[in-house]
Design a protein around this ligand. Sequence first.
Ligand SMILES: *[C@@H]1O[C@H](CO)[C@@H](O)[C@H](O)[C@H]1NC(C)=O
Ligand SMILES: *[C@@H]1O[C@H](CO)[C@@H](O)[C@H](O)[C@H]1NC(C)=O
Ligand SMILES: [Zn+2]
Ligand SMILES: [Zn+2]
Length: 446
Amino acid sequence: MSCSFKCFHFPIIIFMLHVFTTTQISSSTDDSSFNNFLDSAKSSEVFDWMINIRRKIHENPELGYQEFETSELIRSELDKMGIPYKHPVAITGVIGFIGTGSSPFVAIRADMDALPMQEMVEWEHKSKVAGKMHACGHDAHVTMVLGAAKILKQHEKEIQGTVVLVFQPAEEGGGGAKKILDTGALENVTAIFGLHIAPDLPIGEVASKSGPILAGSGFFEAKISGKGGHAAIPQQSIDPILAASNVILSLQHLVSREADPLDSQVVTIGKCQGGSAYNVIPDSVTIGGTFRAFSKQSFNQLKQRIEQVIIGQAAVQRCNATVDFLDEVKPFYPPTINNGDLHEHFVNVAVNMLGINKVESAMSPFMGAEDFSFYQEVIPGYFFFLGMKNAEHERFVPSLHSPYLKINEDGLPYGAALHASLAASYLLKHQQDIVPGVERKYRDEL
Ligand SMILES: *[C@@H]1O[C@H](CO)[C@@H](O)[C@H](O)[C@H]1NC(C)=O
Ligand SMILES: *[C@@H]1O[C@H](CO)[C@@H](O)[C@H](O)[C@H]1NC(C)=O
Ligand SMILES: [Zn+2]
Ligand SMILES: [Zn+2]
C-alpha cells in the first residue's frame, strides 16, 4: 500500500482495527459478487439484450445535443426495469437512480453522441443515417451503463447507497458533461467512473493510470486578411496565403522552442482554407486547429502565445488577423486527471474480476481529450479504457473516429460488470464514512 496508509491511517489504527476487520469480511463477500456481476453480464438474458440495444443505437446515430431518440430508447429501457430517472437534463441527458435513494451517491457515466462521418463498414447493422456514425463507441458506452443498471437492479437490496446513472449528451466537442454539472444534478455525488472502449486492447483487458491520463484541449480559428488582386501583379495586393503559411510555420515553433520538452504539448493546424483560382490572390485565408497540454498553466501559456503569434506573424506580411477560441461552441476541455484513491479502488475491482495480468495500471497517457474531465474538476473521478479488439482486425486495427471502426461486442459484458462492481463496491466501502453510527454498530457486533 502507499504512503498514505502509513502516514494517515497508522495513528488511528488501534481505533480502526475492528472496522478494518469488518471491511476485510465485507470485501470478501464483495469479491464473490464481482465475479457474479461478470457472470450475470455474460448470461444470455443480459448479453443478448445489450447487443440488441447497441445495434439499435448504432443504426441510428445522433450528433451532440440531438440525441433525442437515443435518449428515448434509454428511458424506455429504464422504464421497463423500473428505474426512476430525471429528464431532460442538459437537453437530451437522462439521470437514473438505483439503490436506497440516499447517500452515499456514486455515478457511472456514458456519453450518447455520434460523429458527423460516413460509416464504411458493410454489415447488417450499419448506420442508417448518411454522414453520421458511432465511430467513437458511444453506442457501446450507453449499452454498458444500461447493462450495469440491469445487473445492479437485480441486486438493489444489497446496494448501500445510490448508484447514479449519467447518460450525457455531446462529448465530441460540445462539452455535455459541463452542461450536466451546471444543472446541479450531480451535486451530492462523491465519485464518478467513466470508461472508453479501446479498439486495440484485447477483450477482457483494461488499462488506466493514476493522475493525468488525457490532455486538456482547446480549438481555435483565425482569419488572416490581406488585399486580393491579380496573381501576376503581387505588388498591388497583400497576400494572405503567404502570411498564413508563415503563421502556420511559426505556430509549430511554440512546442519545439518554447515548451519544456518533458511537458507534452501539441499544436496542430487541421484546417486551412483560402483562395479558389490559380491566378488570384484572395482577400483572406482561414486557418483552424487544436492545442493540447497536460497542465492548466501550459494550456493557458499556449493559448496566449497562439494568439500573439498569429497576429504578430500576420502583421509581418502586412495582414490583419483575428483569432477565435470558439469557447461557446467548443469549450476547452481540462486535462483528464484520475484520482489516486479511486485508482486503487479500480485496480482492486478489476484485478478481482479479470485477473492481475489483464489490468494495465500504469498505461502511458496520451494527448486525446475527454469531457469527463469536467466532472473530475468537481468530483473525484476515474476514467479507464476497456478492451474491444475485434479478432477480424489482425493487422490493421481501425482507431476511434475511423469510418472502418467495428467494435467487438464480446467486450460489452466486461464494461457492464466493471461499471456495476466499481459503483456497488465503492458504496460498500464508503458506507462508514457517511453514516457515523455504522462503525460503532460493527464494533459491537464483533
Ligand atoms: C443533495 O443533498 C441535499 C441535502 O440533503 C438536498 O437538499 C439536495 O436536494 C440534494 N441534491 C440532489 C440533486 O439530489
Ligand atoms: C488592417 O486593419 C487596419 C485598421 O483597421 C486597416 O487600416 C487596414 O487596412 C487593415 N489591413 C488589411 C490588410 O486588411
Ligand atoms: Zn471521440
Ligand atoms: Zn469517445
